[in-house]
Design a protein around this ligand. Structure first.
Ligand SMILES: Cc1cc2nc3c(=O)[nH]c(=O)nc-3n(C[C@H](O)[C@H](O)[C@H](O)COP(=O)(O)OP(=O)(O)OC[C@H]3O[C@@H](n4cnc5c(N)ncnc54)[C@H](O)[C@@H]3O)c2cc1C
Length: 424
């Protein structure tokens, strides 16, 4: 067995989005931190991911916003459409909605690479240790410890001032604290995700949601390419009878077009050919919509949970990565403003557990998809388009070429949008 003594430093298990932002945030306030990641090599995994303004504000505070924004798209609109392609509603996003920080739509692999490169540069390459899988945690009055399965099966015991388990939805630390939690709970929905290179959809800055909760197609651009083309990320969602498709949730599991494309074959509109778009994807990945019940505690003495380890939630509303980033920033703020580690981790839990538990519960309801469900119930068949002179908005078209629709007015910046030094 090998031992590593980090003294009063912090050990983080998991170099995902939450773990790396926690490492950068702790490093920024002068705390020594080492990250231990299970995989031997970090590859650009995943497809598109969204970062909401509340999280890009935090990434800006870490000096990362410009680099991220130049590798991303800043969406300005979210449009809701019925399954026949007619617009139900649209609303502004990010800067267009009056936030001081943009929303970013980005490939998860690029986001991960930027965070990893920055962590390696700022902390030192030896502070991001690959090939170490967390197996157990422990805490005592004056130290925390974490046991890892290291290279070649060696057991590595790390002692530190605090241990942060940011080891994702299958967290080993969470399983230790909650041995009866069982596997993640499946909502019954499956998500097939893919990326296509194509001409922009609408104005090239719009996120689109089409259909209704039981059959939905969502998409958004994640990068500008040469020749005016874009990388366009899509998610096709169905609730199939065949539960075996849900199997174990694995972000890298390949999808099969035969399992979902037939349901979308008739979704051909004058502004988008959904089946053609899906067919153009070189590959798809299938992931079940899963979460876990919220728990009462994340912090046990000098050990705490963060990100998906703490509050895995349905992939609705762009909150997975954003909430992990907020956890990381609050955690660092608490450690920076408390001399007692246990008090700091307790305060972190007090600030972050209630809102994220509420979000897990809210995502189980229909949330922002409720209007789509109402449209499906009340207008299940195609409605004849208004003749131009009868159109309620006078046949006007908006900048995307769609019939002009009532839009939510951008709001003024909120006080909470103003970046500030966090103390708790
Ligand atoms: C490979 C992969 C691809 C993903 N793709 C998408 C996507 O396309 N779209 C999307 O919305 N979300 C995706 N996610 C999930 C998304 O990143 C998270 O929901 C969100 O960012 C919260 O971040 P997190 O740091 O809590 O968890 P994650 O980003 O999942 O990071 C957890 C990290 O911990 C590591 N780990 C796991 N077990 C251990 C262990 N025992 N010891 C040490 N390290 C461990 C994992 O390898 C991973 O690096 C993906 C996650 C992964 C791991």
């Amino acid at each position: 067995m090998a031992t590593i003594d980090l003294g009063a430093g912090v050990a983080i298990a998991g170099a995902g989005i939450g773990g790396l932002v926690a490492a950068l945030s702790l490093d920024a306030i002068g705390v020594e931190v080492t990250v231990f990641e299970a995989v031997d090599e970090i590859r650009p995994a995943g497809v598109g991911i969204n970062l909401l303004p509340r999280s890009t504000r935090e990434l800006d505070a870490l000096g990362l916003l410009d680099r991220l924004a130049s590798n991303a798209i800043t969406p300005d609109t979210l449009g809701y459409f019925a399954k026949h392609g007619r617009e139900i509603w649209s609303e502004p996003r990010g800067l267009e909605a009056g936030y001081r920080w943009p929303q970013l739509s980005i490939h998860r692999g690029k986001l991960h690479r930027i965070l990893l490169d920055t962590a390696t540069a700022r902390l030192g390459a030896d502070r991001v240790v690959l090939g170490h899988r967390l197996t157990a945690v422990d805490t005592s009055a004056d130290t925390a410890s974490a046991t890892f399965a290291g290279p070649g099966g060696t057991e590595v015991n790390v002692s530190a001032g605090a241990v942060v388990a940011a080891d994702g939805i299958h967290s080993a630390a969470r399983a230790q604290f909650y041995p009866d939690q069982g596997p993640p709970q499946w909502s019954g929905a499956l998500l097939w995700r893919g990326i296509v290179d194509r001409q922009p959809v609408l104005d090239g800055r719009s996120m689109i949601w089409i259909g209704y909760p039981a059959q939905k197609f969502a998409g958004y651009p994640i990068a500008d390419l040469d020749g005016g083309r874009q990388s366009f990320n899509f998610i096709a969602e169905l609730r199939p009878d065949d539960a075996t498709l849900a199997d174990r949730e694995d972000w890298n599991r390949r999808g099969d077009l035969a399992d979902f494309l037939p349901a979308f074959e008739t979704w051909v509109f004058d502004w988008l050919d959904v089946p053609a778009l899906i067919r153009a994807a070189p590959q798809t990945f299938v992931y079940p919509m899963v979460d876990r019940d919220p728990v009462d505690r994340w912090t046990f003495g000098r050990v705490t949970l963060l990100g998906d380890a703490a509050h895995p939630m349905y992939a609705i509303g762009s909150n997975g990565a954003s909430q992990a980033i907020l956890d990381a920033r609050v955690l660092a703020g608490c450690i920076g403003s408390h001399s007692d580690v246990e008090a700091a981790l307790g305060r972190y839990e007090q600030v972050r557990l209630p809102p994220t538990s509420a979000m897990v519960e809210a995502n189980r309801g229909l949330g922002p998809e409720r209007p789509m469900q109402l449209v499906e119930e009340r207008a299940p068949t195609r409605i004849r388009p208004h003749r131009r002179r009868d159109h309620p908005f006078g046949g006007r078209r908006d900048h995307r070429g769609l019939p002009a629709h009532r839009r939510v007015r951008p709001r003024s910046p909120r006080r909470s949008d103003v970046a500030r030094r966090r103390t708790y």
